[in-house]
Design a protein around this ligand. Structure first.
Ligand SMILES: [Zn+2]
Ligand SMILES: [Zn+2]
Ligand SMILES: [Zn+2]
Length: 410
């Protein structure tokens, strides 16, 4: 039952109950447990509410040593020995599984980072969190709740991307369990990064490894980037996590190529697109990209692109589309975002195929566009120019930019 979310787990338990092992011949029935061998182990309503979408939470386990968050325990004074024995066996198995999970998290993260995180596992993510408190708006959110908030945000983003592109999940996803370790201090991040993502933490606030079956990130609250508020952290998180989720799309084969080097415009454009959709203009670059864009921070990218476009001096698509993410300059980043913005406006449901043709087959951009969107490079460039002319405004906009896809009847 490990993989079942809690509501399903409860449902499964209820369904199983009538078929629970009946007593053997000559045994008494037990009133305490209705001869199931199990009695309810109660949790407070607010705890259940907070933990409802979570598979495992180390904090909750630490505060429930008796049952490690299970909702039942073996019937202590059971009158039916065979039923009791079966329940105890099952209980022992469940407890062992939970202890092994906890042990693994501490082994893999806490011991190496030399700190104590709260670990939360959800359907698609394992988050290790070591930020004592965060400020969300005016509210101070303490460590355990903050860890849940971020686990929830990760799942929300996953769902958002699936819905946005109408991806058939789980069939069209590899199903990697993404692991993120987020620290307040730099030192634990320095300690953990080499084993967790195979590279040291350097200048930026995060490092990551992206790949099928191993897609991890280590970050810390660099005060120069996070700026003491949660908005920056949240937006940075969405940007970074989206890199992981997009690489997990598989139409056909499992991917073998990272978008980063050969399709930098897609790699970054997709992340910037989500930032625009959910927040507004990007606030930060991610650490694996070349530094910069401080002077353009939070300015309207729509206006920046349109101005360049109207001036007639801007990098061409064939030029930008050949670059790696680490060599894009400011201008090319706006353009990358704008190309993705255009393709998403054309048809967001074709994007998974485009991504997949790049990560699986490593097609040339021209061939990938032709196959996924049915357009030539020339048509792409004309269509994009037209899109910028008609859709972009020179007036700076604040807040999220959600552009309904073409022909959606707005
Ligand atoms: Zn919890
Ligand atoms: Zn009993
Ligand atoms: Zn990025």
């Amino acid at each position: 039952m490990t993989a079942l979310p809690r509501p399903l787990l409860l449902a499964a338990l209820l369904v199983c109950s009538p078929a629970a092992p009946a007593q053997e011949k000559g045994e008494k029935l037990c009133g305490d447990c209705k001869t199931t061998g199990k009695i309810a182990h109660e949790h407070k309503a607010d705890v259940l509410e907070r933990e409802k979408d979570v598979l495992y939470c180390s904090y909750w386990m630490d505060h429930d040593p008796e049952a490690l968050c299970l909702d039942w325990v073996p019937c202590p004074d059971c009158l039916t020995p065979s039923v009791k024995a079966a329940a105890e066996r099952e209980f022992g198995g469940e407890i062992a599984k939970r202890k092994a999970w906890l042990e693994k998290r501490r082994e893999e993260v806490d011991k190496v980072a030399r700190t104590e995180c709260i670990h939360i596992e959800t359907e698609h993510f394992i988050l290790s969190w070591d930020i004592p408190k965060i400020k969300v708006g005016r509210k101070t959110v303490r460590m355990h709740d903050a860890a849940h908030l971020y686990a929830e945000r990760a799942e929300e983003l996953y769902r958002y991307i699936i819905d946005l592109h109408q991806i058939d999940e789980p069939a069209q996803m590899i199903g990697t369990k993404f692991k993120f370790a987020m620290f307040e201090r730099k030192l634990p991040a320095i300690n953990l990064a080499p084993s967790f993502v195979d590279k040291p933490i350097q200048g930026g606030q995060k490092v990551q490894i992206i790949g099928p079956h191993r897609s991890n990130m280590v970050s810390w609250d660099d005060p120069e980037k996070i700026l003491g508020d949660d908005e920056h952290r949240h937006q940075f998180f969405v940007h970074s996590v989206s890199h992981h989720i997009y690489h997990d799309i598989q139409l056909g084969k499992i991917y073998q190529y990272w978008l980063f080097k050969r399709y930098g415009w897609m790699y970054e454009g997709l992340a910037f697109y989500l930032e625009h959709r959910l927040f507004g203009p990007p606030k930060l670059t991610c650490s694996q990209e070349s530094a910069g864009f401080s002077q353009y921070r939070e300015k309207s990218w729509e206006a920046l692109v349109k101005k360049e476009f109207q001036g007639g001096e801007y990098p061409s698509f064939p030029e930008v589309s050949r670059k790696g993410a680490d060599t894009l300059n400011d201008e090319e980043r706006w353009m990358s975002w704008s190309y993705v913005d255009y393709l998403m406006w054309l048809d967001p449901t074709k994007m998974p195929k485009l991504v997949s043709l790049m990560t699986n087959d490593q097609l040339e951009t021209r061939d990938a566009l032709k196959e996924a969107y049915g357009i030539t490079m020339g048509q792409f460039m004309d269509g994009w120019a037209d899109f910028v002319r008609r859709e972009y405004s020179l007036r700076p906009k604040k807040g999220p930019i959600v552009r309904p896809p073409r022909g959606s009847g707005r």
